[in-house]
Structure formats: structure tokens, C-alpha cells
Design a binder for this molecule. Structure first.
Ligand SMILES: Cc1cc2nc3c(=O)[nH]c(=O)nc-3n(C[C@H](O)[C@H](O)[C@H](O)COP(=O)(O)OP(=O)(O)OC[C@H]3O[C@@H](n4cnc5c(N)ncnc54)[C@H](O)[C@@H]3O)c2cc1C
Ligand SMILES: *[C@@H]1O[C@H](CO)[C@@H](O)[C@H](O)[C@H]1NC(C)=O
Ligand SMILES: *[C@@H]1O[C@H](CO)[C@@H](O)[C@H](O)[C@H]1NC(C)=O
Ligand SMILES: *[C@@H]1O[C@H](CO)[C@@H](O)[C@H](O)[C@H]1NC(C)=O
Ligand SMILES: *[C@@H]1O[C@H](CO)[C@@H](O)[C@H](O)[C@H]1NC(C)=O
Ligand SMILES: *[C@@H]1O[C@H](CO)[C@@H](O)[C@H](O)[C@H]1NC(C)=O
Ligand SMILES: *[C@@H]1O[C@H](CO)[C@@H](O)[C@H](O)[C@H]1NC(C)=O
Length: 493
């Protein structure tokens, strides 16, 4: 299809949007629809941009972080180099009612969120540039870049971005909200977005920002995950963190024996309840596994040392080993890579206020789950990321995201199951046990769940305080509910 044809197709869709009653847009046959879209795209864009086999096709389809997502064989993979290519792909997918998936950094463990069978995969592997504009003080990233590379590209200017805490993670993080090491100071990563180019479900390209006609879309994309459109460019506010030589942070990485888990659960709850200094950061990994039984805590402070008034509990619990050193923000962002592949992965989310009994009960449920299914798992983690009120205050000074401030300090809780190397099918009883675990460890009343850390079965959007607005925006931009029916993602819209 030519771009001019798309535009006339769009014009018609856009005019009737909201007036026609939604038709059943489910494809008669997913395989046929995908084959038609792929044939059309291959003829329009050529066999370098649209591939159905070969080494590059294999590398991309086998590339997802979770082994469970690396087994799919898309009907074709589109490697756009421009937003126009994405427009053509989406228009064709829409017209032929094909299923599709989008892949940026490939880290979603949720089955089908970044991979597909009998459908079109749009891979951003060839849109990976990062550039800094000192005049506007913004960093523009294409969706295929990984945070480690984006930060490396602008480090020499003494600036960085609010991305993730592991260098291999990609920009899909922004669409879920995004927790960076400096989020307590600067807000959710998504809130650093100044502008986005977005290809809507019909193939129409729009630029959304906080004040223009697409402000509602801009808002919804920051937490609405893959439901609202395909972002082809992010313009981010630069963060003045210094270069890699500005070691203005102090870090402690402490490993504790498994027997410290109870003390650490209590220390975490208290930290979440009491610490309001936005220069302090903690991530807690409680690892309760079959092979190793240990806990790792990452402590960071934007200053020359770790203030005992803030980190005292963590510093007094007996430890196995520790690394204490001054670091730059750049160093911090390269401490964890997250790139290792080869295992099926599963996430589950909760959100807890800093209440000791909630932490202890949650921890004990994870221990029960892990012990019951010890033979089926390589390991299970409880990853605690504090979301202090300063994070929401920083967000409020920019423009709101779709998640919504619950008005209280809390932590996102990520249960991460790692399945044995090479295991390709998730055992059903483990999955049922995991659902039980999630029902035993619900979010504290009124807290939103974090979509980037959830299980595919969890209705995260329904926990957002402004869920009704998200639904309304979805109905406006995708009145036929094409995305809900044709691409796998968060449930509940
Ligand atoms: C090892 C590890 C460490 C992590 N650390 C952090 C962390 O520090 N902070 C944090 O907040 N989260 C973290 N996460 C969670 C992470 O934010 C999510 O997994 C996120 O979805 C990954 O984005 P991606 O681009 O790497 O993944 P992908 O799987 O490629 O993308 C994620 C989702 O977004 C969709 N998507 C991606 N790009 C686009 C686009 N341009 N337009 C439309 N849809 C798109 C995809 O279709 C997919 O559904 C971590 C995850 C892992 C596995
Ligand atoms: C749409 O069609 C599909 C398959 O033809 C069917 O499974 C589905 O239930 C239909 N949905 C609605 C809302 O009618
Ligand atoms: C791609 O993978 C398929 C299936 O695993 C294999 O048959 C084929 O040889 C691979 N192609 C290349 C070029 O590696
Ligand atoms: C990206 O584009 C280059 C040419 O510009 C090409 O050689 C390469 O194969 C492409 N990579 C992918 C993943 O499409
Ligand atoms: C949004 O974009 C418009 C132009 O399209 C511009 O006038 C306005 O200043 C932008 N708003 C913000 C907050 O960047
Ligand atoms: C996990 O932690 C608990 C409590 O510290 C401990 O009893 C148990 O042995 C640990 N290991 C496993 C595999 O559950
Ligand atoms: C422990 O987990 C098993 C397996 O999911 C479950 O059957 C059992 O009820 C759990 N026990 C408790 C006390 O939650």
C-alpha cells in the first residue's frame, strides 16, 4: 500500500470514528491475515526491511529475554527505519486485520507481549539512535535503543536520561511508567518525556505532548503500555547528572545470608515508611532459591557516604559481603546488565505500603510458594522498589502520567520466577500456585500496580486511580478495539 492510500484510508477511519458501532474486527483467520499483510509489506518495503526467514529474522525472533517468548516464529518481521515504515506496517496490519506485536528492548517476560506466531512483528532493532540537543536540553531517542547505549551516547555532555536501572532494558519501559535510580529525585521515567511521535492503530502519525491536541494520548501512553499506539520517537528532558567521572553518588551493594530475610523485610518496610530524602535510593532483592539462599541490597546516596540515619538498619544487619564505593550516575546505570538469556521468566506485581506485617506475610507466602515448587524453579526473587512521595512530587511538576499518585509512600513489589535453563513450557501447577501467591499478596488498599512488573493475568489498569480516563482515551483512539483484539498486552481496557 502506498502512503497516499493510507492517508485516504485514515481519513475515512478517522471521520467515522466514534459514530460507527464497533464491528468484530477479529480476523477470520490469523494466519491468512498475517500472510496478506506480510506479502503487501514485502512488496512495498522490500525484503531487507520485511523478512520472513534468515539469520537476522532468527536472531530477532529468538532474541526476547524470556525463553518463553523466544520460540515464536512471526509470519514476518518488519524492521522499520523511519516512522513512515511503521505507518505503512500498521496500516497494512489494520487493513488485513492481522495480529501483531512490537519489540523494543525485548525484556517483557509477559507471554506474547513482544513476540508472536501467525502475526507481524515490528522490531525496532534498526531504530537505535540517541542525540542530545543542548539548546532545548533534550535527548531524543529512537525506540530501539537500550538504556545503557542511550546513556553512553550523551554521557560526555554531562547529561543522562531517566531510563531503567539495568543497561540492557529498552524504551518499552517508558510506556509502563519507568523506575530509574534517580526517580525519587526526578519522577517516573515516563514523566521526563517531552514529546512523542505516535503511529495510531490506523497508521496515522501524530505528535503528542502535554499541551497539544493529543495531550490525552500523551498522558495515556505514560502507563498505558502497548495499548495506545506505536511510539517512533521519544524526546526526553535531559537530566544533568554529570559525566562518568563525576562520582557524586555513594553506593553500597550488600549481600546478606538467607537467614536475614526477616530482618530485611522489616528494614524495608521501615525505610518505605520513614525515608523521605529524595537523594536516597534502595532496591532490595530478596532471593530465596533452591541453589543459593541470599539477599542483595543496593543502597545509593547522592552524596559522599551512606547516612546512617537513612540506611542504619541495612548497615547493622550481619552481612556476607559488601562493596562500598563512590560512583557516578553513569556507573550506577551500568552495575546491572540484565542481558542474560536462556531461561523462561515470569513476573507478578504487588504494591505495599511500609507496613512490617504486610512485608513479612508477603515474604512468607513467597517462601511457601518457592518451597512447594522448588523442583520446578531455578530461583524466585522478591524485588522491592520504593516509590517515595518525592517521586510523585517530581512528576507533578512536569505532567501527570496514567498511573496516578495514591498519595502515600509505597514500594512496587516484583515477584520474579526464573525457570530452569532450557525449560520451554511453564508447568501448569506452578502457574496455579503463582496465581494463589498473587491472591495472597494483594496491593495495599488504594495502591496502583506497576504494569512493567505484572503477571499477564493481573488487571493493572483497573488499579489506576484514573482508570475511567484511561478507558475513555482508549475508546477515542481505538474505537474498534483493534489493539485489544490484535496485540497481546495488559488486560482490562
Ligand atoms: C532484567 C530486568 C530489569 C528491569 N529493570 C527495570 C527498572 O530498573 N525499572 C523499571 O521501571 N523496569 C524495569 N524492568 C521492567 C521493564 O521496564 C519492562 O520489562 C519493560 O517493558 C521493558 O521494555 P523493553 O523495551 O526492554 O521491552 P519490550 O518487551 O520490547 O517492550 C515492552 C512492551 O512495550 C511494548 N513496546 C515497546 N516499545 C514500544 C513502542 N515504541 N510503541 C508501542 N509499544 C511498545 C512492547 O510491545 C511490549 O509489550 C526490568 C526488567 C528486566 C527483565
Ligand atoms: C469475533 O469473531 C471471533 C472469531 O470469528 C470470535 O471468536 C469472537 O467471539 C467474536 N467477537 C465478538 C465480540 O463477537
Ligand atoms: C533459522 O532458523 C531455522 C529454524 O530454527 C533454521 O532452520 C534456519 O537454518 C535458520 N537460518 C539461518 C540463516 O540461520
Ligand atoms: C539495519 O540496517 C542496516 C543498513 O542500514 C543493515 O545492514 C542491517 O542489516 C539492519 N539491521 C536490522 C536488524 O534490520
Ligand atoms: C506542544 O507542541 C506545540 C506545537 O505543536 C507547542 O506549541 C507547545 O509548546 C508544546 N508543548 C509543550 C509542553 O512542549
Ligand atoms: C528461604 O528463606 C527461609 C527463611 O529465611 C528459609 O527458611 C528457607 O530455607 C530459605 N530457602 C528456601 C529454599 O526456601
Ligand atoms: C503453600 O503453597 C501451596 C502451593 O501453592 C498451597 O497449596 C498452600 O495452600 C500454601 N500454603 C499456605 C499456608 O499458603
Amino acid at each position: 500500500m502506498l502512503l497516499s492510500n493510507i492517508i485516504s484510508l485514515l481519513a475515512c477511519v478517522v471521520t467515522v470514528a466514534g459514530q460507527i458501532s464497533p464491528t468484530n474486527s477479529t480476523a477470520v483467520n490469523a494466519q491468512t491475515a498475517a500472510a496478506q499483510a506480510c506479502a503487501e509489506l514485502q512488496s512495498d518495503l522490500g525484503s531487507t526491511i520485511v523478512e520472513a526467514s534468515g539469520a537476522e529474522y532468527n536472531a530477532t525472533s529468538q532474541g526476547p529475554w524470556s525463553l518463553f517468548n523466544s520460540l515464536d516464529r512471526p509470519t514476518c518481521i518488519v524492521y522499520p527505519r523511519t516512522a513512515t515504515h511503521v505507518q505503512l506496517a500498521m496500516a497494512s496490519i489494520f487493513q488485513h486485520k492481522s495480529h501483531y506485536a512490537v519489540q523494543a528492548g525485548a525484556h517483557s517476560p509477559m507471554i506474547g507481549w513482544n513476540s508472536i506466531n501467525d502475526g507481524v512483528l515490528i522490531s525496532f532493532a534498526n531504530m537505535t539512535s540517541t542525540s542530545y540537543n543542548p539548546v532545548t536540553d533534550t535527548v531524543t531517542v529512537q525506540p530501539g535503543v537500550h538504556w545503557g547505549d542511550a546513556m553512553a551516547a550523551v554521557e560526555a555532555y554531562g547529561v543522562s536520561v531517566l531510563g531503567g536501572r539495568a543497561s540492557d532494558i529498552g524504551t518499552g519501559l517508558l510506556l509502563g511508567g519507568g523506575i530509574s535510580f534517580i526517580s525519587p529525585l526526578y519522577g517516573w521515567s515516563a514523566d521526563s518525556i517531552k514529546e512523542m511521535d505516535v503511529v495510531l492503530v490506523t497508521g496515522q502519525l501524530v505528535t503528542a505532548n502535554a499541551t497539544n491536541t493529543y495531550a490525552d494520548l500523551f498522558h495515556a501512553l505514560k502507563g498505558g503500555a502497548n495499548r495506545f499506539g506505536i511510539v517512533t520517537r521519544y524526546k526526553l528532558n535531559a537530566i544533568h547528572t554529570g559525566t562518568k567521572d563525576n562520582k557524586n553518588w555513594f553506593s553500597g551493594i550488600i549481600v546478606y545470608p538467607g537467614s536475614s530475610s526477616v530482618a530485611l523485610s522489616k528494614a524495608s518496610a521501615r525505610y518505605i515508611r520513614e525515608v523521605t530524602d529524595p537523594k536516597a535510593v534502595v532496591i532490595l532483592n530478596t532471593i530465596n532459591l533452591t541453589a543459593v539462599d541470599a539477599n542483595t541490597v543496593y543502597l545509593f546516596y547522592n552524596g559522599a557516604g551512606l547516612p546512617p540515619g537513612i540506611f542504619g538498619d541495612f548497615l547493622s544487619i550481619p552481612r556476607t559481603s559488601q562493596t562500598l564505593s563512590p560512583l557516578s550516575y553513569y556507573d550506577m546505570s551500568n552495575l546491572i546488565s540484565g542481558a542474560a538469556r536462556g531461561n523462561g521468566q515470569q513476573f507478578g506485581a504487588s504494591s505495599w505500603v511500609g507496613d512490617e506485617s504486610t512485608f513479612l506475610e508477603g515474604y512468607n507466602h513467597l517462601v511457601n510458594f518457592t518451597q512447594t515448587f522448588a523442583a520446578d524453579l531455578l530461583s524466585s526473587y522478591l524485588i522491592i522498589s520504593p516509590i517515595p512521595q518525592s517521586q510523585w512530587a517530581a512528576t507533578a511538576s512536569r505532567s501527570p502520567n496514567a498511573i496516578g499518585d495514591p498519595g502515600v509512600a509505597y514500594a512496587t513489589i516484583n515477584f520474579n520466577l526464573i525457570y530452569p535453563t532450557g525449560l520451554t513450557i511453564r508447568p501448569k501447577d506452578v502457574n496455579n500456585g503463582f496465581k494463589l501467591l498473587l491472591s495472597q499478596t494483594p496491593p495495599s488498599p488504594g495502591l496502583p500496580l506497576y504494569v512493567n512488573e505484572c503477571d499477564a493475568s493481573q488487571n493493572v489498569f483497573g488499579t489506576y486511580p484514573n482508570f475511567a480516563t484511561l478507558q475513555k482515551t482508549y475508546a477515542k483512539y481505538d474505537p474498534l478495539r483493534f489493539n485489544v483484539e490484535h496485540t497481546v498486552g495488559p488486560i482490562g481496557l
